[in-house]
Design a protein around this ligand. Structure first.
Ligand code: ADP
Length: 441
């Protein structure tokens, strides 16, 4: 990075739990604009990024302390803007931005999003269409909870993301099995290490049938600009809810799209969100949209690559990452229109948990017309977990086409060519059986 071309007015702090492909894309967008990037992360033992050596080590589960650390650092190296990627760092970003006088959402508004129960309470009080819900303690006897449950329902933890631990239950037996399974997940070392508040309760909601859409938006001092509405053409009917295909523009009737956009505007107003990226999910049935969730962060993983902005015929189109970097720093270009073609991504689901040995057919998959890029993001020889315990995709297929139908077909055809070889993990021996007997040979 050319230090001479940088100044403090262009130093951007990116907060993320993992430094990897997603943060690299944002860093590259910033670099293109001669903007210096500083990372703040709570996973310093997992760095795999060339810029990570200067990352600030933060504890996102203690947002006020993490923000103090940012403010302290900013005294010596002033920052001009903060971008939080993923749900976890958003509260830290809000406290730090408030202390530094940078435009961002207020801590209260972000806190209302971080906890799924709190978000339901706020939206329901504001009259937004949300499913009926209640919460209960993780260790309450299921028999005492059951009389309150209406089936079918969805059970979920209060503060995980990417559909991790989200399970549909159609009857008492499935409900009880779901609660046991989520409890085990929440008590696993991988989740405990997050020290995420609120993981001692579960949320139960009425299952809402219907199509699901995601809305990508950008808030600017209270005004929401809808960047895209994505259809999710694979039915998300459970019992688990890993995502697959996202396609924009949506094929919903125009009138329903504008109801979704309107519902998103009322949602951000009720939550008090005002500035920066927004990702929201809705179910749509005959009555209109229902809010599933809204989060003050961009779409996850590498999916921001799906959205490109610029004037038709102009070579210099920019991806969503760059649009967001420009917006955060108040640079020009953040109001560029989205390109007119259909665009989409397939988040490659994990067919079954196992050690990821290799992928076959990638060349054939990449050769399907319309497919632009395939990124396999799972690391070879790592264990990957299927949903509901899992939360990371094997990779992403990106495509562009004239029409959403063509695009969806291209993604499906491409995916059909990919074969993932996953081998089962050896069962972990019980600690007692691992111990060497005294004097053993
Ligand atoms: P996360 O933040 O982990 O993604 P969500 O609450 O958004 O969790 O739920 C993940 C997915 O589960 C949703 O995208 C949707 O497909 C499904 N889902 C969650 N709640 C409901 C519900 N009440 N009715 C129908 N589907 C739901």
């Amino acid at each position: 990075m050319n230090a001479a071309s940088q100044d403090a007015s262009k130093r951007l702090l990116i907060l993320a739990s993992k430094l990897g492909y997603q943060t690299r894309n944002f860093a590259q967008a910033a670099q293109k604009l001669s903007v210096e990037v500083v990372f703040g992360t709570d996973r310093c033992h997992q760095l795999d990024d060339p810029w990570a050596d200067r990352a600030l080590a933060l504890h996102f589960e203690q947002p006020e302390q993490a923000a103090e650390r940012i403010v302290e650092q900013a005294r010596a190296h002033p920052i001009a803007a903060i971008l939080a990627l993923g749900d976890r760092p958003t509260t830290t970003a809000a406290y730090a931005a408030r202390a530094l006088g940078l435009p961002y959402n207020s801590p209260g508004s972000v806190e209302a999003c971080r906890n799924k129960l709190r978000q339901r309470e706020v939206l329901s009080a504001a009259g937004l269409p949300v499913p009926e819900f209640f919460s209960f303690g993780l260790h309450e006897p299921v028999g005492e909870v059951l009389p309150r449950v209406q089936f079918p329902c969805v059970v979920k933890p209060l503060a995980l993301a990417a559909s991790q631990g989200v399970i549909r239950a159609n009857d008492a037996r499935e409900f009880s099995a779901a609660v046991t399974r989520i409890r085990e997940l929440l008590e696993s070392p991988e989740i405990q290490v997050l020290r995420e508040p609120g993981l001692d309760r579960l949320l139960v909601e009425r299952y809402i049938p219907g199509a699901e859409v995601a809305l990508e938006g950008l808030l600017d001092r209270g005004e929401l600009r809808v960047l895209a509405i994505f259809d999710k053409p694979d039915p998300l009917e459970g019992p688990f809810f890993e995502e697959t295909i996202y396609v924009t523009p949506s094929r919903l009737p125009a009138e329903m799209e504008s109801r979704v956009a309107d519902c998103a505007k009322r949602t951000v107003r009720a939550l008090g969100l005002t500035h920066g990226p927004l990702h929201a999910e809705f179910r749509v049935d005959a009555n209109g949209p229902w809010v599933l969730e809204a989060q003050p962060r961009p779409i996850g993983g590498l999916c921001a690559r799906t959205l490109r902005f610029g004037v038709e015929g102009d070579e210099g189109k920019i991806f969503l990452e760059e649009l967001l970097v420009r917006h955060s720093l108040g640079l020009s270009g953040s109001n560029l229109p989205r390109e007119a073609c259909a665009a989409g991504v397939m988040m490659i689901p994990v067919p079954q948990s196992g050690i990821f040995e290799r992928v076959e057919g990638a060349e054939e998959a990449a050769a399907i017309p319309g497919v632009e890029e395939i990124h396999i993001t799972a690391r070879l020889h790592d264990f990957v977990a299927a949903w509901p315990e899992g939360s990371s995709y094997l990779g992403f297929i990106f495509a562009r086409a004239r029409k959403p139908e063509e695009l969806e077909a291209a993604l499906r055809e491409s995916h059909k060519n990919l074969r993932f070889i996953l081998t089962p993990r050896l069962p972990v021996a019980h600690p007692a059986t691992q111990r060497m007997p005294a004097g053993g040979d």
